[in-house]
Write a protein that binds this ligand. Structure first.
Ligand SMILES: *Cc1c(COP(=O)(O)O)cnc(C)c1O
Length: 485
């Protein structure tokens, strides 16, 4: 009886005589370990990894013998053959899971690909702090315990014009911490049109609920007026919140209340006003011919009492959440035990301090901070990179490969400048006898991976986000594909 009506596992119940013979030919784990011990290939592989890999390969062999009519050939059961498979497996186990890759998507602040990459200046300070003791929480002038954040607070205030600053793990944490500190069990007024969801399950209403603050939404999806905020204010109100609708825009018949007007209203009712800026750029992109994105400095000048933004979006630094604003509020937030739970580590601090320092010279910042540089690269430079790559691929001289440069547009990403299309150049390739999906897969599984996109059966690589020294990686990867095709 088979009550579950499961299909019988083929061959597993009663191995036949042939299968028995093959199973008996499988070498033992100890024997293979001895062989591995003599092979220099395994020198750097820990013993546990060798054992694990040998067991895995032997188990696969056993299943092949029992599970398929074909079984296994004698050659497949030879020591050499098995050891080769063990080597492959060891290589896979030993390879790092977090690896560098080539971003040919054209999305500059790509959340899935690590958002911002750091400038070489920043990496230098990160490296030196990582391998040494530092004055992380030690005041060198007094010889006493110091504040972990003091190294970045001054420079944030200097650049943004804010009176006080602090830093936590990310902007989601910053918003949570501010709401919990200022508005727990009390009401926070937000426009209905700003109740956004940022990718990865950050939703303003949910964060609000977790902070213990009570959401009071006002206005309609497309229009919210100052009177809507004012009419909602009562004795339980703790905060007026404005959220930057990072990744979408309401266009057409729409109205929202400016931060400045909200701050005037807040002042009249003695209520603090907070803005979650999302990306929070310190640079006015409209000066570089891009769409205007509100800057941190403008929010400070408009009179916001608290402003939060990310470190690794348009700022171009490491993952962090930056909180700036009035000193009394920041002091209150600092005392919240959540601050400790959201604290940032010394590597992030080192990277953030060096990134922020680059902003002291705004022109240099545009060149040295990779995120800013990629967003403002002139089209002719991207075009030159695309032509060079296209030529290198044509010089492979494989007539199955078709290469062309095409006009496409890149995106800022990171929930910033959502409507902005940055004119860019892509290199598109097709390989006769191979689908665009297979090309995409080969490149994605390459070492290092190359990530692009498919459009109408052509594999496209946007050169805006490909670093200057990465084109040879692409050429090598495609050479490998052509050998396999
Ligand atoms: C991105 C974003 C966040 C979350 O910031 P993280 O640094 O990713 O935690 C919060 N609010 C807005 C408006 C955002 O755009």
């Amino acid at each position: 009886m088979n009550p579950y009506n499961l299909p019988a596992m083929k061959g597993q119940m009663n191995p036949n005589e042939n299968q028995h013979q093959l199973l008996r030919k499988i070498p033992g784990v100890d024997h293979l370990l001895e062989l591995a011990g003599k092979d220099p290939y395994f020198e750097n592989a820990p013993f546990s990894v060798q054992v694990q890999s040998i067991r895995h390969i032997l188990e696969n062999l056993r299943s092949a013998i029992l599970g398929s009519a074909r079984g296994a050939t004698l050659e497949e059961l030879s020591d050499q053959h098995i050891l080769d498979r063990v080597k492959e497996h060891v290589m896979r186990v030993m390879a790092k899971n977090l690896v560098c890759l080539v971003n040919a998507t054209g999305v500059v602040v790509h959340t899935n690909l690590g958002r911002s990459i750091l400038s070489p200046h920043v990496m230098d300070s990160l490296l030196s702090i990582a391998g040494r003791y530092s004055n992380l929480e030690f005041d060198l002038s007094k010889g006493t315990r110091g504040s972990r954040y003091s190294c970045v607070e001054d420079v944030i205030c200097e650049i943004s014009g804010a009176p006080a600053a602090m830093v936590v793990n990310n902007n989601a944490g910053a918003v949570l911490l501010c709401l919990e500190s200022i508005a727990r069990s009390r009401r926070v007024i937000v426009s209905r049109g700003e109740l956004v969801e940022i990718g990865g399950a950050f939703r303003i209403p949910d964060v609000m609920a977790k902070s213990g603050a009570i959401l009071k939404e006002v206005g309609t999806t497309n229009r919210t007026h100052l009177a809507d905020y004012e009419n909602a204010i009562d004795n339980d109100t703790a905060l007026l919140l404005k959220v930057h609708t990072s990744n979408y825009q309401i266009v057409g018949f729409s109205a929202d209340v400016s931060l400045k007007a909200l701050c005037l209203l807040g002042a009249r009712y003695r209520l603090p006003v907070m803005e979650d800026l999302g990306s929070g750029t310190l640079v006015d992109f409209s000066k570089f011919g891009l769409i205007k994105e509100p800057t941190v400095q403008e929010s400070v000048a408009a009179g916001a009492d608290l402003i939060t933004f990310s470190g690794d979006k348009l700022l171009g630094g490491p993952q962090a959440g930056i909180i700036i604003g009035r000193k009394e509020l920041l002091d209150k937030i600092r005392q919240n035990p959540l601050t400790r739970a959201l604290r940032i580590d010394k590597l992030t601090l080192a990277a953030l301090e060096s990134t922020l320092r680059l902003y002291r010279d705004p022109e240099k910042a545009m060149e040295t901070i990779p995120t800013l540089r990629m967003l403002t690269t002139p089209l002719h430079r991207i075009e030159a990179k695309a032509s060079l790559l296209a030529r290198a691929l044509e010089e492979l001289g494989d007539e199955r490969l078709t290469v062309r440069c095409v006009d496409r547009s890149s995106k800022a990403g990171g929930g910033a400048l959502p409507l902005l299309d940055l004119p860019s150049k892509c290199v598109g390739i097709t390989i006769r006898g191979m689908s665009a999906n297979s090309i995409e897969k080969y490149l994605r599984e390459n070492t290092p991976p190359v990530i692009g996109r498919i459009e109408e059966d052509i594999f496209l690589m946007d050169l805006r986000t490909v670093q200057d020294d990465e084109s040879p990686i692409i050429v090598t990867a495609i050479t490998k594909i052509l050998k396999k095709a």
